[in-house]
Design a protein around this ligand. Structure first.
Ligand code: NAD
Length: 335
């Protein structure tokens, strides 16, 4: 292929992904199944790796999420909210451990915090001296939407933290999602009143959270699980040396955590955890689309650092696509 043909192909893939991103992140109305999105993104990344002269910081391969909607007040994230690198095979997971070990210059198996990859949308919730003062969507990672009033309506999000020696400022990050049962009930109700039926729980959670009228959000069965910390000033939690200890502290402060989280050592145990969660998937009360592996030691995380879009110390291992028909926007896609 000539240089200009390659450039044209790369531009075309970027345009397609930008359109998919707009539908998914901004309009909460995906036009294709995730597997199709992931396939196009993989093709783009492969071309950008093969022809680095066409790389660009504007490429969807380098960007997080979508733009914050202007109908919401905008909030600047003090600590950027990034995405995660994805893996799709056992070899990808093994390569992740190898990269981590090489960067850390070690051959010992290190600890990983393993967490189901919850299929909802990321939210940041800020507590000042124990009180919930602000909540935001991830947006493009730098600027999110102010959804404070909506988040306050989520049943398991505490408005006030429990315990002694509370941090002066604590930004809790986690996933807002809609449990499967609540999703089925909501769609049933939507059908009955002739309103729009949501394509999947993720889509329903996003549409329910990004409402200007928090009464609508309050009527939707949303839940939240905390999975990390952004801004942190003071309190016992600042003393913790590992990600899993920090999460345990969030639990003590009254924040909801996913019960399936587990700490393991090395690739073999990561793989066993992935397989175990895969077997449990259908029986969980919420949708997941994979497992997130995070280097557990916070000092090691710091040494590993970040690339433009994601931390080097974490990876999301996706489940293989399910053979099923997904109905989106009245169009059927074979996935
Ligand atoms: P991602 O879904 O690959 O991973 C990052 C997100 O994972 C975080 O922002 C967080 O919300 C979530 N997450 C869930 N559990 C977590 C945990 N325990 N710890 C940390 N994070 C956790 O990245 P993304 O940028 O949100 O979305 C990319 C994916 O979204 C694509 O791979 C694709 O499947 C889908 N997508 C689909 C379309 C479409 O048109 N169908 C468009 C855009 C994106």
């Amino acid at each position: 292929m000539s240089n200009s043909a390659i450039n044209n192909k790369i531009q075309k893939l970027r345009e397609i992904l930008e359109e998919y991103n707009h539908q998914y992140y901004v309009l909460d109305d995906p036009s294709v199944p995730d597997i199709e999105y992931d396939r196009v993104l993989k093709d783009l990344i492969a071309l950008e790796n093969q022809y680095p002269e066409f790389r660009s910081s504007d490429s969807p391969s380098q960007k997080v999420g979508g733009k914050a909607l202007s109908k919401f007040e905008q909030i600047n994230h003090e600590v950027p909210m990034l995405s995660l690198d994805n893996g799709f095979s056992e070899a990808d997971l093994q390569a992740f451990e190898k990269r981590v070990n090489e960067r850390l210059n070690t051959s010992i198996h290190i600890e990983f915090a393993c967490e189901p990859k919850l299929d909802g949308l990321a939210a940041s919730i800020l507590y000042e001296n124990g009180l919930l003062v602000q909540a935001a969507t991830r947006g493009d990672g730098q600027v999110g939407e102010n959804i404070t009033e909506n988040v306050k309506t989520i049943a398991n999000v505490p408005l006030k933290l429990r315990g002694e020696n509370l941090p002066q400022r604590l930004e809790v990050r986690g996933e807002v999602f809609m449990p499967k049962q609540g999703f089925d009930k909501l769609n049933q109700q939507q059908k009955e009143i002739g309103a729009k039926v949501f394509a999947n729980p993720r889509n329903a959670a996003a549409g329910s959270l990004r409402q200007l009228d928090s009464k609508i959000t309050a009527a939707r069965p949303l839940r939240f699980f905390a999975y990390s910390v952004g801004v942190l000033e003071g309190g016992n939690i600042s003393q913790k040396a590992s990600h899993s200890q920090r999460l345990a502290s969030l639990g003590e402060l009254g924040l909801p955590l996913c019960k399936e989280n587990q700490v393991v050592t090395g690739f073999d145990e990561c793989l066993s955890y992935f397989e175990k969660i895969g077997r449990m998937r259908d029986d969980l009360s919420y949708d997941i689309d994979g497992v997130v592996f995070k280097v557990n030691d916070l000092q090691l995380q710091q040494r590993l650092g970040f690339v433009s879009k994601a931390p080097r110390w974490a990876m999301a291992q996706k489940f293989p696509a399910q053979e099923e028909m997904t109905v989106l926007n009245d169009v059927e896609f074979q996935v």
